[in-house]
Ligand binder design. Structure first.
Ligand code: NAD
Length: 434
């Protein structure tokens, strides 16, 4: 099958590469010329383990191409996948500017019947309006069908997820369009769930909102644990033994971030608001997460009084390990606040430094290693649970820091290990050690 994928971010590129790997002829389009030049050489513009290798393989085998030219990309396509960003508007609604641009481009360049597949996360009803717009703009003899095919991959393990996802959701009104998208996806060998368009759109938002709620729930439990002398790590194990609860998403910390949970929870709240429904539970999750992201900051201020003039080491800038994505990361809440308070910030992340430099180019002292970032500091904040940090020897903190105050927002170390050293250690939902 010939497939055009519009947008080569985390979702579009991984989807394009995955579809080519299972045998389709894929052409990926992006408006960013620099990105396209790199991708043509087999270089992924995003950090995603295993992606470069798979790109290079499929380019060599002739199934994967890249272009900035929509007309060229759409010419032979049986299906056009939309995988452009749907960022958040100031009021929390999803911004559909990029989606609307792609719809215009499809209407301009497509000359035959076409199936448009929306991978981007879009509010319920968007696919129906895409279909309406396309059929109004396309010549009368040409027909567009639209399929909602939301994406569930996780950044950092996206290549694994594209071949091993739990389900593929196909939301369609047309049996023929659904059959085509089923046929395209069947070689993945992943269970396919067919539904209507609105339900498919809602499945994506409901799934993300549920996971965000689960994270916030364990974080609230953690906050209570700290006050009553329980240990959230042990509580989570005990809860997870109940198969109805499950073990995943019970890791306490300083809240969720990233390009999806924050914006999708807010967008779902707005979707509900638009139909006069007050989604109180979700509002509480959003509000709570904002507070939780500040937790280390509040604790450090409580301990030190003022952070003015303090030298602070920050370990981890990405919103989670194994990605270079800093969108809505806790680091973006915490670091500007530390700077505002007059602290000197040294920061290290294995791969997200370049992205952080685009936001804070000179205000932070970026270091080439974790050890350099903690050297001569008054306190260290751990914001991302990279394996590299978890495997650091605690002795290094004692030796290198001016005074060993560690604020661990991701519970990277066991209390038993920390207790071996003279370290002031604050983590989430566990006993404070000092
Ligand atoms: P992204 O911002 O990383 O990438 C979007 C890409 O689209 C950019 O490279 C941009 O240059 C390109 N683009 C914009 N307009 C274009 C146009 N008209 N023609 C060609 N290219 C164009 O986005 P992302 O993180 O991959 O997310 C894409 C969508 O998938 C969003 O709706 C998001 O909510 C959803 N999603 C994301 C994830 C994730 O983990 N990132 C997971 C599931 C779903």
């Amino acid at each position: 099958m010939n497939i055009a994928v519009v947008g080569t971010g985390y979702v579009g590129l991984v989807t394009g590469v995955g579809l080519s790997e299972i045998g389709h002829n894929v052409i990926c389009i992006d408006t960013d010329e620099k990105k396209v030049t790199r991708m043509k050489l087999g270089e992924s513009p995003i950090y995603e383990p295993g992606l470069d290798e798979l790109m290079t393989k499929n380019i060599k085998e002739g199934r994967l191409q890249f272009t900035t030219n929509h007309a060229e990309a759409f010419e032979a396509a049986h299906a056009i996948y939309i995988a452009v960003g749907t960022p958040e508007n100031a009021d929390g609604t999803a911004n559909l500017t990029y989606i609307n641009q792609v719809v215009e481009q499809i209407a301009t360049y497509v000359k035959k019947d076409i199936v448009v597949v929306t991978k981007s996360t879009v509010p319920v009803g968007t696919n129906h309006s895409i279909k309406e717009k396309l059929n109004a703009l396309l010549p009368t003899e040409t027909k567009a069908e639209v399929v909602s095919n939301p994406e569930f991959l996780r950044e950092g393990s996206a290549v694994y997820d594209i071949f091993n996802g739990d389900r593929i959701v196909i939301g369609a009104d047309s049996k023929e369009a659904a059959a085509l998208i089923r046929e395209i996806n069947e070689p993945f060998g992943i269970p396919i769930y067919e539904t209507d368009i609105c339900s498919a759109e809602m499945i994506k938002y409901a799934s993300n909102a549920f996971l965000a709620t689960k994270i916030s729930f364990i974080n609230e439990i953690a906050n209570v644990c700290e006050k009553v002398g329980a240990d959230v790590e042990q509580v989570a194990v005990g809860m997870g033994l109940d198969s109805r609860v499950g073990t995943q998403f019970l890791k306490a910390g300083i809240g969720y971030g990233g390009s999806c949970f924050p914006k999708d929870t807010k967008a779902l709240k707005k979707i509900a608001e638009n139909v006069d429904y007050d989604f109180g539970l979700l509002s509480a999750v959003i509000e709570f997460n904002n507070k939780q992201q500040r937790k280390l900051l509040d604790q450090a201020v409580a301990d030190f009084g003022s952070l003015e003039g303090k030298s602070i080491g920050v370990l981890g800038l990405a919103f989670k390990p194994n990605t270079d994505d800093i969108r809505e990361a806790a680091s973006l809440t915490i670091i500007p606040e530390l700077l505002r308070m007059g602290a000197h910030v040294k920061a290290y992340d294995p791969i997200a430094i370049e992205n952080m430099k685009k936001v804070l180019p000179t205000e932070i002292q970026y270091t080439g290693s974790a050890v350099e970032a903690i050297e001569d500091t008054d306190l260290v904040l751990i914001l991302t649970e990279w394996d590299e940090f978890k495997s650091l020897s605690l002795e290094i903190f004692v030796k290198k820091m001016k005074s060993s105050f560690i604020y661990d927002g991701r519970n990277c170390f066991s209390l038993e290990a920390v207790q071996e050293y003279d370290i002031n250690y604050y983590s989430i939902g566990r006993k404070m050690l000092n």
